[in-house]
Design a protein around this ligand. Structure first.
Ligand code: ADP
Length: 483
């Protein structure tokens, strides 16, 4: 399958123009390691140009009514749906996830555009009862201004729309620097933005390999009001520090270490189904993937047997092939890191119930793996895995499960399976996580606030709260009314 030429961007999109350069970088297919495209490499000068373009485009975009902006965003949404298949193909080629998952992500990403186009019409201010008879107090809401963002490779499309849609709907202009591993999905979104009639300078895409250099401009430039990042906690901390120099507003969607707890009153088949979806989606490369599966001792063996049977039935292969449910990892370095942590954990006492090694397909393919006898201090449980490995930790009491679950610096997503209503509330309230799936392995959707506590981030994306991240609150005190 090839890339639809209508969607094929070969360089950055800045101020409504497509940029070429003699300096290019390769985009490769993780399933084969072969080159898919060569893309012009954005430099600092082009980054500065993008900031200037977004600043120049701001007054006219901000001045449009929310309805006018919504009408344009609606066209963008419609085009994403019209080209869903072709966008999915681009994503599978550059990221590796199975085509059905890629198309699902395109629809999920587009849904944010529709949602926020509508939500932009509901950015209400307020009036406040006054403390004095000659004064009236009000709050108006205004766009923050120019927004810059950096996104990762695991969701090459939806991580962009989740930020761009509320920003644009609120009246901000936007610059995105996607991961250099997956620039083509971002450029395809820009092709559709252009077709939808989003004005020049309102939505800019910078594709380049100089993550540090571009990131420094996007976090330190005085003309940027807000910086939004999705990626690792280590890089997020650095970017928060850089943003401090100009006191930018920041939103951070960082790493997770999701516990997935199976209590002895759980519906075990439902728990297996949930674990499969939560753990192995996108080959385990999501920040909300189940990272540690905690199973109560009296259902442990039954759960492991059922999970092993279900995971054994998964099909590993090229995401373009029919029936494939697990694609390759993003690159061979990722595989090496994961395998090293599996081996280190086995050396500490973990047992391999399934897999535990690179897949016979070679390259970046890893065998779906289940490890038992895991403890929370093993490297496979202490850190985000980002691969198709399910470490299973046995526990005996509810208190112990909550303590293990919370024993991490992260607090993004957690999941648990139980039927007892008292337990459901105790555990829901006891988990120090921004999102909790109860008898559910997949929880993200456009209407819900996505985000984490602790070192997992700042702010929320999606839902009615998501647009607030792109809005400045302004208090007006009007006096002299009795004079
Ligand atoms: P991941 O593990 O998902 O690759 P990273 O945090 O390394 O997470 O990367 C997320 C995004 O941040 C990517 O687009 C990457 O290129 C970018 N990035 C990595 N390091 C830096 C940095 N020092 N400054 C700015 N951006 C960075």
């Amino acid at each position: 399958m090839t890339i639809n030429p209508i969607l094929f961007g070969q360089g950055s999109y800045v101020d409504g123009q497509w940029f070429e350069s003699d300096t290019q970088f390769s985009v490769t297919n993780p399933s084969s390691g072969t080159q898919i495209a060569q893309v012009a490499d954005a430099d600092i000068a082009l980054t500065e140009k993008a900031v200037a373009a977004a600043k120049k485009a701001l007054p006219a975009w901000r001045a449009k009514s929310a309805n006018e902006r919504a009408a344009i965003l609606r066209k963008w949404f419609d085009l994403m749906n019209e080209y869903q298949h072709d966008l999915g193909v681009i994503m599978t080629l550059e990221q590796g996830k199975p085509l059905a998952e890629a198309k699902g992500e395109v629809a999920y990403g587009a849904a944010y555009v529709e949602w926020f186009a509508e939500e932009g019409k509901r950015v209400y201010g307020e009036t406040i009862p006054s403390h004095a008879s000659d004064k009236r107090l009000m709050v108006i809401k205004q766009p923050v201004g120019v927004v810059a963002s950096i996104t990762p490779w695991n969701f090459p499309s939806s991580m962009i729309t989740r930020k761009a849609a509320p920003a644009l709907a609120a009246g901000c202009t936007f610059i995105i620097r996607p991961s250099e591993l997956t620039p083509l999905s971002a450029l395809a979104l820009a092709k559709l933005a252009e077709l939808a009639g989003i004005p020049a300078g309102v939505f800019n895409v910078l594709v380049g390999t100089d993550a540090k250099g571009i990131g420094k401009v996007l976090t330190e430039h005085p003309d940027i009001a807000k910086f939004s990042f999705t990626g690792s906690t280590a890089v997020g901390k650095l970017l928060i520090a850089q943003s401090a120099s100009t006191v930018k507003k920041v939103s951070m969607e960082l790493g997770g270490n999701a516990p997935f707890i199976v209590f002895d009153d759980a519906d075990l088949d439902a728990a297996v189904k949930g674990a499969l979806a939560s753990k192995y989606r996108n080959a385990g490369q999501t920040c909300v993937c189940a990272n540690r599966i905690l199973v109560q001792d009296n259902v442990h063996d039954a759960f492991v047997a059922k999970l092993t049977a279900a995971v054994s039935a998964m099909t590993v292969g090229d995401g373009m092939e029919e029936g494939v449910t697990i694609g390759p990892l993003i690159h061979e370095q990722a595989l090496a890191n994961i395998h090293q942590r599996v081996e280190a954990s086995v050396a500490m006492g973990a047992k391999v119930a399934l897999g535990g090694e690179p897949h016979s397909l070679g390259g970046a393919y890893y065998t779906p793996t289940i490890l038992t006898h895991v403890t929370n201090d093993m490297p496979i449980a202490a850190l985000e895995i980002f691969g198709p490995v399910a470490p299973i930790i046995k526990f005996s009491t509810e208190e112990e499960a909550i303590a293990i679950a919370n024993d991490t610096e992260f607090g993004l997503a957690a999941y648990f399976y139980a039927r007892d209503i008292g337990r459901v509330w105790r555990v829901s309230e006891g988990l120090e996580y921004g999102m909790v799936g109860i008898n559910e392995g997949i929880l993200s959707n456009v209407a819900a606030p996505f985000g984490g506590m602790k070192s997992s981030g700042l702010g929320r994306e999606g839902s009615r709260h998501g647009i607030e991240e792109y809005i400045e609150m302004k208090y007006l005190c009007m006096g002299g009314l009795d004079a």
